[in-house]
Design a protein around this ligand. Sequence first.
Ligand SMILES: [Zn+2]
Ligand SMILES: [Zn+2]
Length: 289
Amino acid sequence: MAEATEHDENEHISPEAAFSLLGNETRIGIIRALWQADAHQVSFSKLRDHADVADSGQFNYHLGRLVGTFVKRKEGMYELTYAGRRIIGAILDGTYTKRTEIDPFGIGASCFACGSSLEASYEGDRFVVRCQDCEETFLRFAFPPGVLEGRDHDELAETAGYWMRAQLSFTVNGICPNCAGVISHSITTEPEHHDHEVGLEYDCERCKHHATSTVALHLSYHPAVIAFHDDHGIDLGEELWDSYLWSDDEHTTVLSADPWRISLTIMLADEALELVVDEDLNVVERHRT
Ligand SMILES: [Zn+2]
Ligand SMILES: [Zn+2]
């Protein structure tokens, strides 16, 4: 049996060609078979058994089309490339195949504006957190539908918090969570969400991904802020929904708009941490009292 021939590994392939490769049941079956196989690398004959394709000529043809893009052949063994694993991830997380709604449920945290309970819901492909009374929307972000499977409401709220923080961590560090391009931030005096004095906007120069946040949220990744919370026994990831991060105005003061100097003060027990940032959001002063 002749084994599938390889493309040149360095060859570029157009998005149209790459995605059209996937428009075939046998090829998706081969990618699934590689994912479900017990071993990281699979021989030609084992892969054919797993993929369950009766016609060997057809199997060989379709496998050959995937090699070089979604499948790697090394010393006669086959494995998924990073692109192939991303396809499996996209199938499992449901981004392209599932749409779900979840009615609002309480997340055990209170609105900073009015003190009422915060509720979360899942609307199509977005996780939304809003106050049930004043209708302030705290957050709305894309969240893959596959996350909902096998998690109850509490686990879902916790997972959404970690997900949001992980995505924002990329953003804060200048990496687009959508396309891995360069993302830049700007300070705005007219935030799209909330009635704050200043807000932050992030824009990807490549895919046009757009996100907003607050000075407090941005600085919640700063080592001084993490250490300050840790010293008071607080893991921001775990107490996310109930944290001060959403009430920016009480904690953020604009000291100067030209040049930008914005102060963030966090009070925990009887201690205060103050950070002052410049227009690049670099910390230029810090005081702990
Ligand atoms: Zn409220
Ligand atoms: Zn991007």
